[in-house]
Design a protein around this ligand. Structure first.
Ligand SMILES: *Cc1c(COP(=O)(O)O)cnc(C)c1O
Length: 342
């Protein structure tokens, strides 16, 4: 039994999900003739109180499309210093949109309206790049899966409105945030210009993301997706997995959150742990005591068939997910209780 806690992207489709995919009605989605893709797009848009949605092969492509929609080359966006769009999208912000990032020193990957207001360049001061976009992440991945207070989104939105800025949400793990906070997703559509969501993380679909917005913006997004090479044909087979995931795998995320908290509680009591960061969802970040080697620890766990990852700078990460079942969880808890690190 191999236990992979490296990421929530490692899940594999179940028999039932595969069966649903196998029986999907499909058509050429480049001609907008795939009924299952159309159904998924409508379902997601409605859920978040948006007019329209567009299916993407990856979250990166959905985010990059959003940035391209809202900016012109030479302009600047504002985001947290831990943002996925800055660290993990291959430099796409500058490559695809010719945009620079103003990075804010947020709290566990989350920024405030006050910080945003202070970071906006005076549009009359033509020496500086024109600020045109603010992006946030919920949950904030590299910050440890923390959830925003929805009121802060409203405050940031007011700052955006007052300064003619667009507001994008990287909602790769929005599902975890919704389950943890009980936010109403329909409220999100009122605050954000665009939202990207991933079906291939906590929800357990093998592939797929969506970009949500008003109908006019999604129509523009269609051309950008085409330019990025993201036009796909009979992808109703993949969209079917997304529909299945939304119908069946959303509420169970609470189990992932409970397990992450239980793992954290055991680690907190261990003599070899320096710090466990706050756990709100399915991501658990912790560090070993000074002088202990994280690679030795990772190897030790590997010998016991448990795989976790390093974030560098002495930090380790565990991510719980759909394929991390209760039997595995009991074994990992027991291992953490017994293991000696020195
Ligand atoms: C995973 C992730 C994405 C999208 O990544 P892809 O691998 O391109 O689907 C975007 N933002 C965050 C915060 C993520 O964790």
């Amino acid at each position: 039994m191999e236990i992979n806690l490296v990421s929530d992207t490692v899940t594999k489709p179940t028999e039932e999900m595969l069966r649903t995919m196998f029986h999907a009605k499909v058509g050429d989605d480049v001609y907008k003739q795939d009924p299952t893709v159309i159904e998924l797009e409508a379902k997601a848009a409605t859920m978040f109180g948006m007019e329209a949605a567009l299916f993407f092969p990856s979250g990166t492509m959905a985010n990059q499309t959003a940035i391209k929609l809202h900016t012109q080359p030479g302009e600047q966006l504002i985001t947290d210093k831990l943002a996925h769009i800055y660290h993990y999208e291959g430099g796409g912000v500058s490559f695809n949109s010719g945009v620079s990032c103003c990075l804010l020193d947020g709290n566990r990957g989350m920024i405030t309206a006050k910080q945003v207001a202070e970071a906006i360049n005076d549009p009359e001061f033509y020496h500086s790049p024109l600020t045109s976009l603010v992006t946030v992440e919920n949950t904030a991945m590299k910050g440890g899966g923390g959830c925003y207070d929805f009121e802060e989104f409203k405050r940031i939105k007011s700052v955006c409105d007052a300064n003619n800025l667009k507001f994008h949400l990287d909602g790769a793990r929005i599902w975890n945030a919704l389950v943890a906070t009980h936010d109403n997703p329909a409220e999100y559509g009122k605050v954000f210009d665009t939202i990207s969501v991933c079906l291939s993380k906590g929800l357990g679909a093998p592939i797929g993301s969506l970009l949500l917005s008003d109908a006019k913006t999604i129509h523009r997004a269609l051309r950008i997706r085409k330019m990025l090479g993201g036009g796909m044909r009979q992808v109703g087979y993949l969209a079917a997995a997304g529909i299945y995931a939304l119908d069946n795998n959303l509420q169970r995320l609470a189990d992932d959150h409970r397990r992450a908290k239980e793992l954290g509680a055991v680690l907190e009591k261990s003599s070899w742990i320096a710090k466990v960061e706050p756990i709100e969802t399915n991501i658990l970040i912790f560090s070993l005591k000074e002088g202990l080697n994280e690679n030795v620890f990772i190897e030790k766990l590997k010998e016991r068939n448990i795989h976790i990852s390093s974030l560098g700078h002495g930090k380790l990460r565990i991510v719980t997910h759909l394929d991390y079942r209760e039997v595995m969880h009991s074994y990992v808890l027991e291992t953490f209780e017994r293991i000696v690190v020195k």
